[in-house]
Write a protein that binds this ligand. Structure first.
Ligand SMILES: [Zn+2]
Length: 391
C-alpha cells in the first residue's frame, strides 16, 4: 500500500520523454502514488482505486510539476548590497569587486547570523517551489571562513560547492598567485570533506583560465567534481576549460560563439543560464536558441547572491528565460527541473517517474504556461518534498 496518492491532476509534467515523445512527458487527467518518499506509480486517473490508499490528495484539476532544482546559489553571506544595486540602476557598471564588500560583512558575522540567513533563503526558495538547492561558499576567502561557510551550507544541502576562487580577497591583491596557492593547498585540504563540488569564477577581475585550470585540477585530485562560472562579463576560454576538465556545468555563459557551442555539443557539460544576473546588472541577455539547436542540455538557476541576483524565485527565472533569452515555456520549465538535476549530476530529482524522489509542486493554474505568462504572480500553491507537504 502506498503512503500517498495524488490524483485529479489536470496536467502532470513528468519530464519522462517516453510518455508522450516530448521532453516534458505530459499526462493529462493523471495520478501518481508515493511510497516511502519516492514515486511508486504514475498513470491515468481512471486507473486509480482511491480506496487502496491511506492518504489521498486532490490536485483539483490543476498542474503538477517536479520540484525545481536550483543548481547555482551563493547563500552563505551577511549584509546586502542594495546601495550597489541602486547605483547600478543609475548607470554604474558591474565589476566583480563588490564581492569583497560581502566578504568583509561575512567574516565579521556570527555563525548564528549566517545560519539564519541561509535558513531564511532556503525557506524562501521552498515557497516558490525549489526542493533541491546548491549552495556555494565564496564569501569567506580564508581557510577558517571558507570552512565555516561549507559547514553551514552542509546543514542545508548535500549539494555543497567550494568557491574559494570567487575573487582574490583584498589582503592578497598584490599577490594573487599566493592566494591561488592557498586555495589549492590548505583551504582545499580543510574543506574537501564538506564539499561535493569545486567552482571558480573564471572572468575579468576574478581568475584567469590558467588559474582556473590549476584550481579545478587541484579540486579534482581531492575528489571534488568541477563546475564553473564562465563567460559572464566577456567572451573567453571559460566554457572550453570547463568542457576540457569534464565540468558538470558551465554557468552564466552570457557570451559564447560557435566554437563554444561545438565544445559543449561534444560533451556532457550542461549549459546553465542565470537570467537573474542579467536582470540585476542590466546586462544584455544571451540568446539560448543556438544551444538548444545544437542539442546541448540547458539549465536555468537563480544565482541567488547579495550582489547581482538577490532572488530565489525560479518562476521569475522561467519568465525571464522565455521573455529575454528565447526559451520556449517548455524548455524553460525543463531547464529549471531536469536541466538543474543534470547540472548537479542527480538522477533522483527533477522528474516525476517511478523511483524519483516525490518532490513536486501543485500550481494554482491549469497550465504550466502560466509560469512564464503570469510573471511575478505566486502560482505555487503547495510544495512537497520526499512525499511530505512542506509549504
Ligand atoms: Zn554565481
Amino acid at each position: 500500500m502506498s503512503n500517498l496518492l495524488v490524483t485529479d491532476i489536470g496536467c502532470l509534467v513528468t519530464n519522462e520523454r517516453s510518455i508522450d515523445g516530448t521532453p516534458l512527458g505530459i499526462i493529462h487527467d493523471a495520478a501518481f502514488s508515493v511510497t516511502d518518499g519516492k514515486i511508486s506509480w504514475v498513470g491515468s486517473r481512471s486507473e486509480v482505486k482511491v480506496s487502496e490508499h491511506k492518504n489521498v490528495v486532490s490536485a483539483k484539476g490543476k498542474t503538477v510539476i517536479p520540484g525545481f532544482v536550483d543548481s547555482h546559489n551563493h547563500l552563505v553571506f551577511a549584509g546586502d548590497r542594495a546601495a550597489e544595486f541602486s547605483a547600478r540602476m543609475q548607470g554604474q557598471p558591474y565589476a566583480a569587486g563588490g564581492i569583497n564588500y560581502t566578504v568583509e560583512q561575512t567574516r565579521s558575522a556570527s555563525d548564528e547570523e549566517l545560519r539564519a540567513n541561509v535558513a531564511a533563503l532556503v525557506a524562501e526558495g521552498l515557497t516558490s517551489g525549489t526542493t533541491t538547492v546548491e549552495i556555494k561558499s565564496g564569501y569567506g576567502l580564508s581557510v577558517a571562513d571558507e570552512l565555516r561557510s561549507l559547514e553551514i551550507a552542509r546543514e542545508f544541502t548535500e549539494e555543497t560547492t567550494f568557491l574559494g576562487a570567487h575573487v582574490v580577497p583584498t589582503e592578497f591583491k598584490s599577490a594573487p598567485e599566493d592566494y591561488v596557492a592557498m586555495v589549492c593547498g590548505p583551504m582545499l585540504e580543510a574543506v574537501a570533506p564538506l564539499a561535493k563540488w569545486i567552482d571558480v569564477f573564471c572572468d575579468r577581475g576574478a581568475f584567469t583560465p590558467a588559474q582556473t585550470r590549476q584550481i579545478l585540477k587541484a579540486g579534482i585530485a581531492k575528489g571534488l567534481l568541477p563546475r564553473l562560472h564562465a563567460n559572464q562579463l566577456e567572451p573567453g576560454e571559460g566554457i572550453k576549460v570547463g568542457v576540457e576538465l569534464g565540468a558538470a556545468s558551465v554557468d552564466h555563459i552570457s557570451h559564447f560563439d560557435d566554437s563554444d557551442i561545438a565544445a559543449l555539443a561534444n560533451s556532457k557539460t550542461v549549459a546553465t543560464f542565470l537570467p537573474g544576473a542579467e536582470f540585476s546588472t542590466r546586462s544584455e541577455y544571451p540568446d539560448a536558441r543556438p544551444m538548444f539547436a545544437a542539442g546541448i542540455n540547458v539549465a536555468i538557476a537563480s544565482d541567488c547572491n547579495p550582489g547581482t541576483s538577490y532572488t530565489t524565485n525560479l518562476p521569475l527565472m522561467i519568465a525571464l528565460a522565455v521573455r529575454e533569452m528565447f526559451f520556449t515555456p517548455e524548455q524553460a520549465l525543463w531547464s529549471a527541473t531536469k536541466g538543474g538535476a543534470l547540472a548537479l549530476r542527480r538522477k533522483d530529482v527533477g522528474h516525476l517517474s517511478v523511483g524519483a524522489k516525490a518532490d513536486f509542486s501543485i500550481l494554482s493554474s491549469t497550465s504550466y504556461l502560466h509560469l512564464a505568462y503570469r510573471p511575478g504572480v505566486n502560482l505555487i500553491e503547495q510544495v512537497w518534498r520526499n512525499g511530505n507537504q512542506i509549504s
